[in-house]
Ligand binder design. Structure first.
Ligand SMILES: [Mg+2]
Length: 362
């Protein structure tokens, strides 16, 4: 089996109700998708942050077997292809390998420790609202009503906003629901520690990206200062970018994103490095149905750590914001039931792509 073509799709979903994290407003959601086509009729789908240049594809992908995923990865990387673009190709190669062997990707990774994953609702962004606190409380309650046992809200908007709204959300959902907060790198060290001390009074599951993602010493300092798990690294690319974060235990939880860090091939290396350094892995996910399916296969394959009687849950980041490319790109959409999501069982990623959507948002 040889790769004969790679089609690239740049799609944009226009957001109807814009939302903000601690850094920026989101008014549109751009995604980079590739379709890798082989000579025996099997094609695979991948999602990254960008698509590779045609020349890089011609030199490193066309004519190779999809089973040469490491060789293709290194070839693209050595010629300067962005890791966010390699991610797209790599995910598509694993989709092809799974389809060729008639196995879901989680089996290629070594098997599924679970076929259902607990999801946490990612939402609770800042929006233009008359009464933002009331809106957040209502949104948080709606997630609890849908059966979610865990959720994450955005912070990083200054101490006054963060402390008031996290306390209000915690009061609204009660003590039994796990609540994480995410500052998207919007604080400096001093502010992160000052705000974090107050936020930690709300029994938080973790405090995500309090500061710039490359400030290893800053993360170490914050982790020592706060009585809450610190998470991050969703934007890091390539396993070496994770090295110091993991070796120096700058994080309690590392959150690689399969479509940013370098696909399945690179995610596995990062997960192995995390395991060696006793750092928990909870993947980041904020993309289309392709990234969602890929993340589910990774979560199926992540062992409990430690393998306790009552283990720390393997958690899927379940994006609640509007995005047709997540909810409609797979012909059979991946949905949650009472906050639980089933790992796709079909070969490869286990989803069939609705091509009309690529035209509609292309
Ligand atoms: Mg985040």
């Amino acid at each position: 089996m040889k790769i004969v073509d790679v089609k690239t799709y740049s799609v944009v979903y226009p957001v109807q109700d814009p939302f903000s994290n601690g850094m920026r407003w989101t008014r549109q959601r751009p995604f980079a998708i590739v379709e890798v086509i082989t000579d025996n009729g099997i094609s695979g789908w991948g999602e990254g942050t960008t698509v590779p240049a045609r020349r890089a594809i011609d030199l490193n992908v066309i004519g190779r077997s999809p089973f040469e995923h490491e060789v293709i990865w290194e070839g693209l990387h050595s010629q300067g292809t962005d890791t966010g673009a390699i991610s797209a190709i790599d995910i598509a190669l694993w989709d092809i390998m799974g389809k060729a062997l008639d196995q879901p990707i989680c089996n290629l990774l070594g098997g599924a420790f679970r076929d259902r994953v607990q999801a946490y609702a990612t939402g609770l962004f800042r929006r233009e609202r008359k009464d933002p606190t009331a809106a957040l409380v209502e949104e948080a309650r709606s997630y609890a009503d849908q059966g979610f046992k865990a959720m994450k809200m955005k912070v990083g908007f200054g101490p006054e906003y963060d402390i008031r709204n996290v306390a209000a959300v915690r009061r609204a959902i009660g003590d039994d629901i796990l609540l994480a907060v995410d500052a998207n790198c919007a604080y400096d060290r001093g502010s992160a520690i000052a705000v974090g001390q107050k936020l930690a009074e709300n029994d938080l599951l973790w405090f995500e990206e309090p500061i710039s993602s490359d400030d290893v010493e800053g993360y170490i300092e914050i982790r020592r200062a706060l009585k809450v798990r610190i998470s991050g690294a969703e934007q890091l690319r390539g396993h070496r970018a994770f090295r110091r974060m993991l070796q120096e235990r700058a994080l309690d939880i590392v959150q690689p994103d399969v479509s940013i860090c370098g696909g399945f091939t690179e995610f596995r290396k990062i997960a192995a490095m995390a395991s060696a350094n006793h750092v928990r892995v909870i993947p980041h996910m904020f993309g289309t149905a392709i990234r969602l399916a890929a993340t589910l296969h990774l979560l199926a394959n992540l062992p409990d750590s430690p393998r306790a009687n009552v283990p720390f849950p393997a958690l899927l980041e379940y994006d609640m914001s509007e995005n047709a490319l997540r909810t409609e790109l797979a012909k059979e959409p991946i949905r949650h039931t009472e906050g639980i999501v089933t790992v796709p069982q079909g070969p490869g990623l286990g989803i069939e792509i609705n091509r009309d959507l690529l035209t509609k948002y292309g």
